[in-house]
Design a protein around this ligand. Structure first.
Ligand SMILES: CC(C)(COP(=O)(O)OP(=O)(O)OC[C@H]1O[C@@H](n2cnc3c(N)ncnc32)[C@H](O)[C@@H]1OP(=O)(O)O)[C@@H](O)C(=O)NCCC(=O)NCCS
Length: 155
């Protein structure tokens, strides 16, 4: 952890460049795969759309004005598992990234909880995510459990 405690705020459209940069680092770290180039081309427009959407919050952690981590929460409005409930919305956590020098100090957990707090404030009472294998233990520690989902690559 750096000398100062990171502060966390909701990103705005003015943060598009730095959010895209951090998401790029996430893609680079979790890859590199044959998908990386295609994802790279889509990141900018995807971030711009997210920053303009009322159903998305991107949380940005900063130290002395330098961005050191982010998380993204989406409120999905047509959740397939819960669609028959009165409230069929679902919180979806995505694009969690903490710069290497700031890991292992609880910042990832704080960024995750920012998404959860926002979902809770919106009356959304469950959260879903797809964990990278290396992050499974981190999410499990934060209370995430494997559920019914199974995944098959079709081509
Ligand atoms: C996953 C990721 C976001 C976690 O960020 P982080 O800031 O290191 O998260 P935390 O510090 O809250 O927790 C990480 C670990 O540090 C430990 N930890 C938390 N606070 C701590 C502290 N004060 N002192 C020492 N260790 C601490 C946690 O127990 C946790 O242990 P684990 O690895 O066994 O789960 C970060 O590692 C990352 O960006 N990884 C690369 C991208 C990635 O995998 N993203 C997830 C895609 S699904």
């Amino acid at each position: 952890m750096g000398e100062r405690e990171p502060s966390i705020r909701i990103a705005t459209p003015a943060d598009e460049a730095i959010v895209s940069e951090l998401m790029q680092r996430l893609v680079d770290e979790l890859g590199p795969t044959d998908l990386s180039d295609k994802l790279r081309a889509k990141l900018g427009p995807d971030v711009a759309a997210a920053l303009a959407s009322a159903n998305v919050h991107i949380f940005l952690a900063e130290v002395d004005g330098e961005a050191v981590g982010l998380s993204r929460g989406d409120i999905l409005t047509a959740d397939p598992i819960f669609r028959l409930r009165d409230d069929h919305r679902c919180g979806y956590v995505d694009q969690m990234y903490v710069c290497p020098a700031f890991r292992q100090s609880g910042l990832g957990a704080k960024l995750l909880r920012c998404c959860e707090d926002w979902f809770r404030d919106e009356g959304v009472n469950h959260a879903l995510l797809h964990a990278a294998p290396r992050a499974v233990r981190f999410y499990a520690r934060e209370g995430y459990l494997p559920n019914r989902e199974m995944f098959k690559r079709l081509f």
